[in-house]
Design a protein. Sequence first.
Length: 159
Amino acid sequence: MSYPPAAVHHSMAARPLSNIPSPRFTVHKGDWFRTNANNNGRCWLSAPSLNEEPLKGPNLGGVGTFIGPVHDVDISYRFIAIMVPHPYQRDLPVWVNVWTSQNQAGRPSHVDFCSPVQRMECINWRRQGWIDQYMEFADILSTPSSHSRTSLLSQPCWL
C-alpha cells in the first residue's frame, strides 16, 4: 500500500545546495555595516536562530545608519545576523539581520539588509582617532554563545 508523503513545510524541504545563495561578503569581529532601505530601522533583542518570536528593539534610524562594531554573529538557514551596540543607546546590544537567503515569497535570493563598510573607510576612521570599544553585555540577552552555539568571531563567517 502506498502512502502520500508527509507534509513538509516549504522552508524545511530538501533543496540542492546549488540553489541556496551565499552572501557576497564575510563578517568579522570589528566590522561595521551601513543600513539599506529595506532594513527599515529594524533590530531585535534576541538572535534569529533561537526560533522564537523576537522582541523588536528600538528603531536604528534611517537609511545609511552606521552600526558596529560587530560583537557576535548568528548564522541560520535564512539569515546572517550581527550583534552590535544600538547606535543611539550604546549600552543596549541588538541583533540586526544583514543578509537573507530568501525573499519574502520564500524563493532563493540575495537580500542585503545592510552593506559592509569598506575596510579602507574603517582604516581611515581609525587613523582619525576612532576607537572600537567592545562591551561586556549582561547575559540577559539570548546570544548564540550563551546557548552552546559556537561564537563565530574568531573566523570569517560563510554560509
